[in-house]
Design a protein around this ligand. Structure first.
Ligand code: ADP
Length: 448
């Protein structure tokens, strides 16, 4: 059977609280009435038994009957063999009535009991005791309950509870209904505002209240989340616009080249044109390749096959591609877990840059330091100014735009290095090389 659950939190909370209070009051009322009647009736029974014993003992020894015990709330009745009432404690009208010969003792007892003496044996609260007087007459002593007052007070309590408990329950329910409404109102306001925020209005924020309560904290957290989404969206827009710009430049150059050559009709040097176009083409290819790699790395969930890799072999392989500078390697065999094409890219980009900027020497070190693998590439070039050591890892950032543009870089190389290092659980930093004087790039990766 499907569970019926009200969709409104307000209704749900009100129902739960009302039911809980109702249940608690019902149980408490039962316990109260029960213990009250136990206390009152229990005391009465003990007192009645004592009184019966006293009267019976007095009769047995021919002594005067003891006085009434005001706490007993009972009528002690003495009957002869025929069931005729011959005496009673306290002496209500019972004795006078009892003196008259009446056929039915019970009826008489009823008459004798005035208003609060119950009529029948059923009201005997302790077993009757039969004794024999010194004259040899049998006398039965009975205790008849005069519990009218007790039952009356218990009834009063029961009746009050029957009225008070439902009234209190309904009142608590009503109070909960309004309290929950008040508590939920700010949440509803936040929800409405959040619904109105779309991709184009990402700069808007939810109304924050300085209450410091749960709603205030929730709103602050949501606003911080909106900050992150907004800055992510802004970065994305900048990236797309930078990428389009970088793509447009070689395309425009290619077009101009072709237009100029075509304008020359038969005189164009098509071999030269093809060489220059090939350069632009390579640049475009490299740029789109970098963009694709970055996009793939950003999609964290995309299946990237990590496997155990000998990093020293990758580094040794890439050192061979360094054209201009003299490389001084110091490599120890180390193993990491990673994606081979990405690690190749990381090493290649660092070596490419060092080769590009070095005056003549590039030093490459690979070693293990505790639980980390440290890979450093340093050169004797101009280095990276301290204030730009973080910015060079930004996408499309170049220290000197015109110089690097000519060399074909678009400022994605180091962004890729950092992205790859981080996606492998490590990072990359720049300092100045103490031995060569140029830049020192240090990559730290965890060992498997
Ligand atoms: P690009 O692909 O254009 O080379 P990078 O992201 O690889 O871009 O580099 C970003 C910036 O960092 C570049 O402007 C470059 O001048 C500077 N840079 C990178 N490596 C070095 C280095 N070894 N020495 C000095 N500057 C460097």
């Amino acid at each position: 059977m499907p569970r019926v659950r009200p969709r409104s939190l307000r209704l749900r909370l009100t129902l739960v609280v009302t039911l809980a209070v109702g249940l608690a009051l019902t149980v408490a009322s039962f316990v109260l009435v029960n213990s009250m009647s136990n206390t009152l009736f229990g005391g009465m029974t003990d007192a009645a038994a004592l009184q019966v014993d006293k009267v019976a003992d007095a009769l047995e020894h021919g002594q005067p009957l003891p006085p009434e015990d005001p706490s007993a709330a009972t009528l002690i009745r003495v009957e002869d063999e025929a069931g005729k009432v011959v005496a009673s404690v306290p002496e209500t009208g019972a004795k006078a009535v009892a003196d008259r010969p009446v056929p039915d003792g019970r009826t008489r007892a009823t008459e004798a009991s005035a208003d609060d003496i119950p009529p029948a044996k059923d009201f005997e609260i302790v077993p009757a005791r039969t004794v024999s007087t010194p004259q040899g007459e049998a006398r039965t002593v009975r205790a008849i309950s005069r519990s009218g007052q007790i039952t009356q007070s218990i009834d009063l309590v029961v009746n009050s509870l029957l009225v008070a408990a439902p009234v209190l329950t309904v009142f608590v329910g009503w109070l909960t209904w309004f309290a929950v409404d008040r508590a939920l109102r700010p949440i509803e306001a936040v929800r409405r505002r959040a619904e109105a925020i779309s991709h184009s209005t990402l700069d808007e924020r939810l109304p924050e209240q300085d209450t410091g309560d749960e709603v205030g904290r929730l709103t602050r957290t949501l606003n911080r989340m909106l900050d992150r989404i907004a800055s992510g969206a802004r970065r994305q827009r900048e990236f797309v616009s930078d990428a389009s710009h970088e793509l447009r430049t070689p395309l425009a150059a290619m077009r101009a080249e072709l237009e100029v050559s075509l304008a020359h009709r038969g005189n164009a040097d098509w071999r030269n044109v093809a060489t220059r176009l090939l350069d632009d083409h390579r640049r475009l290819e490299r740029l789109t390749g970098d963009l694709l790699t970055l996009a793939r790395l950003d999609e964290a969930a995309v299946s990237r096959r990590a496997e155990p890799v000998q990093l020293d072999e990758i580094v040794a392989g890439e050192i061979g591609a360094v054209r201009h500078a003299e490389v001084r390697p110091a490599l120890t065999p180390v193993r990491v877990t990673g994606v081979v094409p990405e690690l190749v890219r990381l090493v290649r980009n660092l070596l490419d840059n060092a080769d590009k900027h070095a005056a003549g020497v590039v030093a490459v070190h690979l070693r293990r330091d505790g639980r980390q693998v440290i890979f450093t590439v340093e050169d004797d070039g101009p280095g990276v100014p301290p204030d730009q050591r973080e910015r060079v890892f930004d996408r499309f950032f170049r220290v000197d735009g015109s110089r690097d543009r000519a060399s074909g870089g678009v400022g994605l190389g180091l962004a890729l290095v950092r992205r790859i290092a981080r996606s492998h659980g490590g990072d990359v930093t720049i300092t100045a090389s103490p031995t060569l004087g140029g830049a020192l790039f240090e990559v730290r990766l965890p060992t498997p």
